[in-house]
Design a protein around this ligand. Sequence first.
Ligand code: SF4
Length: 750
Amino acid sequence: MIKAVYARFPERVEAARKVVGKPLTLTEKVLYTHLFDGKAKEAYVRGKSYVDFSPDRVAMQDATAQMALLQFMHAGKKQVSVPSTVHCDHLIQASVGAVQDLATAKTINSEVYTFLSSVSNKYGIGFWKPGAGIIHQVVLENYAFPGGMMIGTDSHTPNAGGLGMVAIGVGGADAVDVMAGMAWELKFPKLIGVKLTGKLNGWTSAKDVILKVAGILTVEGGTGAIVEYFGPGAESLSCTGKGTICNMGAEIGATTSIFAYDKKMKIYLEGTERADIAAEADKVAKYLRADDEVYADPAKYFDQLIEIDLSTLEPHINGPFTPDAAWPISQFAKAVKEKGWPEKLDVGLIGSCTNSSYEDITRAASIAQQATTKKLKAKSEFTITPGSELIRFTTERDGLLKIFDEMGGVVLANACGPCIGQWARHTSDPTKKNSIITSFNRNFAKRNDGNPNTHAFVASPEIVTALAIAGHLSFNPLTDTLTNEEGKQVKLDEPKGIEMPVKGFAVEDAGYEAPAEDGDKVQVKVDVKSDRLQLLDPFPAWDGKDLKGLKLLIKAKGKCTTDHISMAGPWLKYRGHLDNISNNMLIGANNFFNEQTNKVKNQLTGEYGEVPATARAYKAKGIGSIVVGDENYGEGSSREHAAMEPRFLGVRVILVKSFARIHETNLKKQGMLALTFANPADYNKVQEDDSIDIIGLEKFTPGVALTIVLNHKDGSKDEIKANHTYNEGQIGWFIAGSALNLIKQTQGAH
Ligand code: SF4
């Protein structure tokens, strides 16, 4: 597959250069090479053009894979159209230590794991068992390749940019499309260039580059943009260090981040048994970097340019509560005092998908070692989350985990654990303000342990280790000393890292299950009594008639994000069970008529009830319903449940002032009608007891508005116009009942 991708590069990049009419950045080269319909016919406008792409791979984590694969089963395909993998990493709770926690997770989540393993086996999807590692680390070690394009159902998918890939986090619906062989749409991104000069030294690491960038760009500064790193400093960073930087690009809202192919990537590919890929990449190396003119005058080619000198960059600590609150370590102690953050450090946590490379672990271990040699007793709790079994096994073999053990550290399972709140933290008093520091990426309130009183800070693994030894936040290992057990003042030496294991990587059981060659006979296993998983029935096709007599379910007022439509939190456990999760439909939306959430009028009884129950009441009587909304309806993270739930509960139409585009597309994919008021003021004409007709569907045509009749309770009517953005193909989805139904029909499968 990779050879075929590289074979396309020269021709497609040259063609793109002609249409763009100027030298190309690396990002543009990769994007233009992955156009769904082949060669570029036009120069796309950054931040404006919507373009269809064809990614090379799909990766899914276990929480988001459930609904994606339940849907994929309806595509009528024998196999996925592009190489795809599932990674069991999000559902393992950290409590006492790796072995016991993993065993507990396997019992609790057994039905989910059994389903994911069997569905992967059937459809040609690689399955990484619980304990195998965290999706992004496993992808970096096994699948990422320079110049490739990947989508993943997780926001830190951009980690693979460390190995030169355009890797983008998406919702499950997008993964289904790509696995089913459809195009994947993306707004052509803006480009932010980050020029790195100088060389890291002392305590400063790759993590500090992104902590600094987060401080400059803030949590929104990368929105709609791809961040491309280059310059001599970039070439000096290890491949895994580049991965750390790209991983945390998610924290500035960037679509993804990327580095050009270089010697460090070659070393990493060769060290992870992929010398053949490095050899192929060498042949097209000039296409796996920007044109020389771009590097010579970057301001001319990027929409925004940032320069960072690695030689003078200080270690940073970011937080609390947001990853863009960036503090150089020399100013941090002062900030801790001034802001009144709890100075005592309760826990230091290293590892995760962001920072568990061999280099990271050796640098942190070189600090931990000094706890023993300098007779310092670590004052804070300390945990280590290896990113993969490959890393865990290798670092154990090389005696590194033993060093952490001697410091009092606990090795957790190779999984997300405390990074995503899967942490049974042993706190004596959760109501007390407290501080923790991690080498993870996100530190929003409650993320790690569900406790709003926890102040979470983010830093490099070596800084986390040093602070855990000191036991307080105001310690600056670059300048301060600590009192050891003999009462002497000692100073920690600078960390020392080893980029790649001298004896090579090793593993006994990486935790991978290859799929069956022929999945025909494989049965997908779902327990009919399960309350976490449920096989889906295809949504019914359109009956060819106008929609008449739809009951108004809710007229939502103000912000209505995907979180208002399908809340997260405790509902996440039902992600694989459409019927159960539908009980959260629109429960966060504000009802225009009473300004309350989850309280709407049931027109059949005149009583007020919960939104999902009211929708179910209409559905039970065979009556369709309609949801009316305000501006930017469905903004927020792409969540296919927010489109599937209304469809499942009998809502036929979502009529709003304006849509967030991704949600609008998700609704179309599920066979819903997504319409906008031609005149936004008509929103005010919708009344609580309305029955609503949608007229003109028999001639449903791109660009032609539909007519909506609002039948009011007093017998009066309002006739208004509604616009839509359906193209021919999308009208086909509506007619078939969903995009997947249409794919299935066109394959003649049943
Ligand atoms: S370790 Fe954290 S950031 Fe990484 S995939 Fe898991 S939850 Fe996401």
